[in-house]
Ligand binder design. Structure first.
Ligand SMILES: NC(=O)C1=CN([C@@H]2O[C@H](COP(=O)(O)OP(=O)(O)OC[C@H]3O[C@@H](n4cnc5c(N)ncnc54)[C@H](O)[C@@H]3O)[C@@H](O)[C@H]2O)C=CC1
Ligand SMILES: O=C(O)C(=O)Cc1ccc(O)cc1
Length: 301
């Protein structure tokens, strides 16, 4: 049996449009309604026939929904939820796809008191954004981490989990605060490092922009892809997951200082030992068949 029959997606960018496409492909009888605050996005969504219906107001999109998935930047979740509060059917489940979870859960609980809120995070994406960047297979073979509140109804958790399984994801459940700590080091900090290193390279006085582009070998090229990610989305992630990111950044800075010291004092053993350890980590990930794009975090939790 299908977990839901009428799904509303609010925010029709990369993730919302990918979810709409994936649901329509995997569950063609499910009615998908969409809404986006941006009239231009709504126009594109209609033109590419993204959903069965695209409404001009958020309220109109949820009146008969049995699931509403908020796919907006994390600091816009509360406002998006407040807009649908008066029109939401009593039995509807509200979920989201935000990249951090504790702050989003708090926003949703304030905007929608007493409602069934089951947050989730598909750990799948790209550096692109907008309705035309999405694709139906985005979630296939990727993790989706469901982060229910402690008192969540298990049947509601199972329905949300089943939706993500149907679009191809492997589902784990995790405590929201633990999710935020894990993702701070596996996703948020790497993005911060990419933003920094690309900024640093482009600020160099003695190296031209064309040299940066021309000689961007493997590693730096990957950083430039990540540093091209959506500025609004990532500004929101760093501010909403501030504590966990600052904690991981502190540890990272200490480790970086240790490396700096090793280079300064010609401590080749320290460098060699670290690089040997990190190479073994990468190899064990590959041996376990968990190479990119699906690392093994959260499994033991
Ligand atoms: N981009 C990625 O790789 C991933 C993003 N996420 C999460 O998914 C969410 C959406 O990200 P993307 O799809 O990448 O962003 P996006 O920028 O492609 O789309 C966001 C859409 O939300 C709309 N929007 C903003 N505020 C709104 C509001 N109050 N009401 C209605 N619509 C509103 C915007 O007009 C835009 O069309 C974010 O919370 C992000 O953290 C999760 C996994 C991966
Ligand atoms: O494009 C990449 O490399 C990503 O890391 C995509 C991504 C961005 C944010 C998420 O919360 C999950 C996945």
């Amino acid at each position: 049996m299908l977990p839901f029959s009428r799904v509303t997606i609010i925010g029709l960018g990369l993730i919302g449009s990918s979810l709409a496409r994936a649901i329509r492909e995997a569950m063609p009888t499910v009615r998908v309604t969409g809404h986006d605050a941006d009239a231009g996005v709504r126009e594109i969504a209609r033109a590419i026939d993204l959903c069965d219906d695209v409404t001009d107001t958020a309220g109109a999109s949820v009146t008969d929904a049995d699931l509403v998935v908020l796919c907006v930047p994390v600091r816009a979740m509360g406002a998006a939820a407040a807009e649908i509060a008066d029109d939401l059917p009593a039995e509807a489940i509200i979920s989201d796809v935000g990249s951090c979870k504790a702050d989003v859960l708090a926003q949703l609980n304030i905007a929608l008191p007493g409602r069934t809120v089951i947050p989730a995070h598909p750990v799948a994406g790209t550096e692109n954004s907008g309705p035309e960047a999405g694709f139906a297979s985005l979630f296939r073979g990727r993790w989706c981490i469901v982060t229910p509140p402690a008192d969540a109804d298990p049947a509601a958790v199972e329905r949300v989990s089943e939706l993500w399984r149907r679009v191809g994801a492997d589902v784990e459940t995790m405590d929201p605060a633990h999710h935020d700590l894990v993702l701070a080091v596996t996703s948020h900090l790497p993005h911060l490092i990419a933003y920094t290193i690309v900024g640093t390279a482009s600020d160099l006085e003695d190296v031209t922009q064309s040299e940066v582009i021309k000689y961007s070998a493997g590693g730096f090229r990957d950083f430039t892809r990540i540093a091209a990610s959506d500025p609004t989305m990532w500004r929101d992630v760093f501010l909403a997951n501030k504590d966990a990111v600052l904690e991981m950044l502190q540890r990272f800075s200490e480790d970086l200082s240790a490396l700096q010291r090793a280079i300064r004092w010609n401590d080749g053993d320290a460098l060699f030992n670290l690089f040997t350890r990190t190479r073994a980590i990468r190899r064990s990930i590959i041996e376990q068949g968990q190479d990119d794009p699906k690392p093994d975090f959260g499994r033991s939790h």
